[in-house]
Design a protein around this ligand. Structure first.
Ligand code: ADP
Ligand code: MG
Length: 589
């Protein structure tokens, strides 16, 4: 390390400043006009040459630096802060491989439309093309994974480039942005008087939908026989919960949350039809799409999952999103909170309420009751090993209503989504639009940091498949290091989708080399993930029965000082209940 810590501490008193100080100094002050908080608060990363000094200077500037174990998880964590707070956090990485590891997080953030700012160190400019240490065309590499990717042309330009990156990450459709800082820039000096300091950007400007489009939407909705609101994570990000609740209740509309739209309105709200999802999607004649895309998660809005003549009223702040897969009858381009307020204004003036005794409500309620009955039957089976439904039944009973639920895995996430309820907005984080496995621990660390710093006393519960846990499992050390009381529940079925039990595994071993005979989905049976947590000082529980599950979860909830991991061994053959449509049903394009 060339730079003395001393330099960083005293840099602000001198006319000459080191670049490592310029970056955090600007980051720390960029958002001072914002109401909710003073600063860009968090930097997640892994240090090394050439960005060590940047992390230290960030701390000196009052930014919390969270050291992670893999850049991918660091980037997942930073992007989760962006989604949960609406303000970007920074992911700081070293050159070459460090940056490349972060690309997964950038892609995930971009696909989810979440803001994040990645700052990567890179090799010295005067060694470019020479085969420098960890040399890689980083700005170019990030272009596909971000909406802004640049290296400041000079030291003087650093603040204005950071301002542009930050602004780009939250204006328009949120996304990831990248700033490259070459190694030689980190320790160079600059005359502060020559630096182009720019003032920070205000919060994103808010736009309203065109009044004619609002009128059209209102008249289509008034005529609807089988209306449905779909609430997506754009509504959560846009903090539109109050307005959407008023719309739902004023007009008596059934609503369906997407996976991360869960909690914008509580899952137990009387108008929530999540338990009749397939039927609601299939038969609705008018759908109001509130910050959700008609992508694979919503089966492209097409038959056989949707009615062929469904009329879509689309609310989104991204003009290019309008008409993807289904042309909307009304395209309400604007900020979701503002647009829903526009709709409310019309419905308040000329009150309209969808009757609660229609056939549509009847069919939805019937389906919900039938589905609840099937799940209950599976949950209360007295057999061991447990199945998914039993596990989630007990977990759901014990979780506090205000906890943040992080979830990933195949069956674990799919079944968990239906049985673990959310009651508050932005309290669910999962594999998301990109279907990324390995996000859970990074997300949980970010959410737990926020909870700790906001002193809300809300717990973060991370419900993981055993395969999903493996991708970023070493982040349990990060949780233990920062004393984050995350509760990780590993629903362990010995494999990806499904595994085999220990006896079968042993038999397979006798049949030949496991690399040729073991099904690719299998993982080590009964692996002791709980001991991984215990190794770092957290609580580890091996759980095989509902009683053990309940007591381990209760003990974990009592402990606010350290993380816990419940390794819940379930039947490796446990599966999802029969679905009306197979996963990823081919749509008629
Ligand atoms: P889901 O996975 O819940 O269906 P998506 O990520 O597919 O949600 O869609 C979210 C949509 O919300 C994106 O198209 C994004 O452009 C949009 N969006 C994000 N924030 C806002 C906002 N404040 N106002 C309107 N639309 C928004
Ligand atoms: Mg599994």
């Amino acid at each position: 390390m060339n730079l003395r810590t001393h330099d960083i501490a005293i840099a602000s008193y001198f006319r000459f400043s080191v670049t490592s100080h310029l970056v955090p100094e600007f980051l720390a002050n960029i958002a001072h006009r914002w109401q909710e908080a003073e600063n860009v608060e968090y930097m997640f990363g892994i240090v090394g040459v050439p960005i060590m000094e940047v992390a230290m200077a960030a701390q000196a500037a009052g930014i919390k630096y969270v050291g992670m174990r893999n850049e991918q998880a660091a980037c997942y964590a930073a992007s989760a802060i962006g989604y949960l707070t609406g303000r970007p956090a920074v992911c700081l990485v070293v050159s070459g491989p460090g940056l490349i590891h972060a690309l997964g997080g950038m892609a995930n953030a971009n696909v989810n439309c979440w803001p994040v700012l990645v700052i990567g160190g890179s090799s010295d400019q005067n060694q470019e093309t020479m085969g420098a240490f960890q040399e890689f065309p980083q700005v170019e590499a990030c272009r596909l994974y971000s909406k802004f990717s640049a290296r400041p042309s000079s030291l003087e330009a650093i603040p204005s480039v950071i301002e542009k990156a930050l602004r780009s990450s939250i204006y328009g459709r949120p996304a990831s942005c990248y700033i490259d800082i070459s190694g030689d820039m980190v320790n160079a000096r600059v005359d502060r008087d020559t630096v182009r300091f720019v003032s920070c950007c205000p919060p994103p400007p808010v736009s309203l939908a065109e009044p004619t489009a609002i009128t059209e939407a209102v008249s289509v909705l008034r005529e609807a026989k089988r209306p449905l609101l779909i609430i997506g994570k754009g509504a959560a990000y846009g903090r539109a919960e109050r307005e959407i609740r008023e719309l739902v209740e004023l007009c008596g509309l059934p609503f369906l949350p997407t996976p991360m739209g869960k909690g914008v309105l509580p899952d137990d709200h009387a108008n929530c039809v999540a338990a009749a999802r397939s039927r609601a999607l299939l038969q609705a004649d008018v759908i109001v799409l509130l910050g959700a895309r008609l992508n694979w998660i919503l089966h492209f809005g097409l038959p056989p999952r949707f009615h062929p003549q469904v009329k879509v009223i689309q609310v989104d702040l991204c003009a290019e999103e309008m008409g993807n897969n289904v042309r909307p009858v009304a395209a309400l381009l604007g900020d979701i909170r503002a647009v829903v307020s526009q709709l409310l204004e019309c419905f308040r003036k000329e009150v309209w309420k969808y009757p609660s005794d229609t056939d549509w409500w009847k069919t939805l309620r019937e389906k919900m009751a039938a589905n609840a009955e099937i799940s209950k039957g599976l949950a209360l089976r007295p057999t061991l090993p447990m199945n998914y439904y039993m596990v989630f039944h007990h977990v759901a009973q014990l979780l506090p209503r205000n906890c943040v639920i992080v979830s990933e895995g195949a069956n674990t996430m799919d079944i968990g989504r239906t049985l673990l309820h959310n009651y508050l907005p932005r309290h669910r984080l999962d594999a998301g639009t990109f279907g990324t496995m390995g996000v859970g621990l990074g997300f949980a660390i970010a959410a737990a940091m926020l909870e700790r710093d906001r002193s809300n006393g809300q717990r973060v519960v991370c419900v993981e498949g055993d395969s999903a846990f493996g991708f970023s499992g070493m982040e349990v050390e990060t949780m233990c290091r920062y004393k984050l009381p995350v509760i990780i529940i590993v629903v362990n079925n010995n494999g990806i989708y499904s595994g085999v039990d220990a006896d079968t595994w042993r038999e397979m071993g006798k049949m030949g080399d496991l690399t040729t005979v073991a099904p690719p989905v299998t993982l080590l049976p009964d692996a002791r993930y709980d001991e991984v947590m215990a190794a770092f000082g957290g609580q580890g529980f091996l759980v095989q029965t509902p009683e053990e599950l309940r007591s381990a979860l209760e003990l974990s909830l009592e402990d606010c000082e350290r993380p816990s991991l419940l390794n819940v061994l379930i039947d490796p053959a446990s599966d999802r209940k029969q679905q009306d449509f197979p996963w990823l049903t081919r749509s008629n394009l």
